[in-house]
Ligand binder design. Structure first.
Ligand SMILES: *Cc1c(COP(=O)(O)O)cnc(C)c1O
Length: 480
């Protein structure tokens, strides 16, 4: 592709993206393709000769788009937000054009220094303490793994990196039963062993029970284990439960444990001063991760990882082959020492574009709107006969079910599963479920970039109609 063709197709692609953003609402939200359909439509062998870019674009429309689930649709209420936005997309195009490897300062000084500055901006925007320093990671899973490995190194006086884990096989990690699967994965990968992740009981609001945490630690001590790290969650994946950092932190302080905070989803809410109660107790926290690539309109991937003591993080990950030795070492941040990969994308650019393009006040307005939508929806659900709320709604996620009076849990589970599939099959909205204490629960996340109150109300009407249609078909409800 020469420069003239690049220019021509470049304009076409931007036009395609603009049209997509304008019409994304009209696509069936969840892709309805059958397994193997896309693979079957693709040639078995790669082209030997050059093909025109037009045919690539043609196949994008014909073959790929039917197999896309539209996370950028305002009718996407599933899983969690994975928000994109126009400024983020434009900056991402520039990042890929520059194709810079941002492993050390010298391999692109602007990338390293913009990353440092963006993490300072995010720290100020979220009200985190001045002593925290940050680095952009690809995902919260990687950041949590980095936290667990650093905690392990500190607990073993930085021996296990060089000697391997020997007697340290009895190090323990604690997190609630609601903590994300990345904690368990990290426990395995970091050499603790998945069995050494202790799942701590929860309170009625699904947050970790600090007394149960303390008991679990004391029991482990009595049995010769070495407590090492606690992972608290702000905004659990299932129900957005919020662990109390001050109560968990006090237990960590007493026993000298690392406290890592997984705020992957909820961290963005800290942009709102009225939500900063979530970080009461931050003085106990050693590390915290949140994902601008979820709720902060910055397309995947962009995870903000903050640490209180950057020196321990660097000591854990630093490795210095001859060919990477530089004259600026020690004066600047070489981010390959702040996490697992060596090669790193220039992710700070899209964050800069998003924050400047919206401005903090507009970001706050949008996030506040999302939290208000969740509250409004919860109010409608509470007022509707036959529906019940299944968890508190502190943020952007509403957990509920349809369970007409007199119906047992087992029957309600089947009914709600049916309602969920039937809603998603319409293509009009997409929502997913969780299980809360054995009960099948519908989850509706109201945090997509383009979401308006109207979309929430339309979705709610569809849910009500679908629920009553299915239960009357089933004859499970007697309508007097
Ligand atoms: C989404 C999520 C994660 C995982 O985030 P990735 O960036 O995809 O690794 C971890 N914890 C919580 C609470 C989440 O919501």
């Amino acid at each position: 592709m020469d420069s003239n063709e690049f220019r021509r197709y470049g304009h076409e692609v931007v036009e395609w993206i603009a049209r997509y953003f304008e019409s994304v609402e009209n696509y069936p939200v969840k892709s309805g393709v059958k397994p193997g359909a896309i693979k079957g439509a693709l040639p078995d062998i790669p082209p030997a000769q050059s093909e025109p870019f037009d045919s690539f674009m043609h196949d994008l429309d014909e073959i790929i788009m039917p197999g896309i689930t539209h996370w950028q649709s305002p009718n996407f209420f599933a899983y969690f937000p994975a928000n994109s936005s126009p400024p983020s997309v434009l900056a991402e195009m520039l990042t890929s054009a520059l194709g810079a490897q941002c492993m050390i300062w010298e391999t692109s000084p602007a990338a390293a220094e913009l990353e440092e500055k963006m993490m300072e901006w995010l720290r100020v925007m979220t009200g985190l303490p001045a002593e925290f320093e940050g680095v952009i990671q690809d995902s919260a899973s990687s950041a949590t793994l980095a936290a667990l490995i650093t905690a392990r190194e500190k607990a073993t006086k930085f021996r296990s990196n060089s000697e391997g884990l020997k007697d340290e096989g009895r190090l323990r990690i604690y997190a609630s039963t609601q903590a994300h699967s990345s904690v368990e994965k990290g426990a395995g990968v970091a050499g603790f062993g998945r069995k050494n992740l202790v799942r701590v009981a929860i309170r009625s609001d699904y947050s970790i029970d600090p007394e149960a945490l303390e008991k679990a630690i004391e029991k482990d001590l009595a049995q010769g284990f070495t407590p090492c790290c606690v992972v608290a969650t702000l905004g659990t994946t299932g129900t957005t439960a919020i662990d109390s950092l001050s109560e968990v932190g006090a237990v960590c302080r007493k026993h000298g444990l690392w406290l890592h905070v997984d705020a992957a989803l909820a961290g963005t809410a800290l942009l709102l001063p009225e939500m900063r109660w979530m970080i009461r107790g931050i003085e106990y926290v050693d590390s915290l991760v949140f994902n601008p690539h979820k709720w902060m309109f910055t397309n995947f991937d962009c995870s903000a990882y903050f640490v209180r003591d950057a020196a321990s993080l660097i000591r854990t990950f630093e490795i210095l082959p001859e060919y990477l030795k530089t004259r600026t070492r020690g004066e600047v941040n070489d981010y390959r020492d702040w996490g697992i990969p060596l090669g790193r994308r220039f992710r700070a650019l899209k964050l800069w574009a998003v924050i400047r393009s919206y401005g903090v006040e507009k970001l706050q307005l949008m996030i506040r709107g999302h939290i208000r939508f969740a509250g409004m929806l919860a109010g409608l659900i509470k007022a509707e006969e036959g529906f019940e709320m299944m968890a508190p709604v502190p943020l952007n996620t509403v957990c509920f079910r349809y369970c007409p009076a007199g119906m047992g849990d087992e029957e309600a589970n089947l009914l709600n599963e049916k309602i969920n599939h039937s809603l998603n099959d319409t293509g009009k909205i997409y929502l997913t479920h969780t299980k809360v204490e054995g009960r099948y629960v519908l989850r509706m996340v109201t945090a997509q970039t383009n979401l308006t109150e109207q979309h929430v109300l339309q979705a709610w009407n569809l849910i009500r109609e679908t629920a009553s249609a299915i239960s009357s078909q089933d004859g499970t409800v007697n309508i007097d």
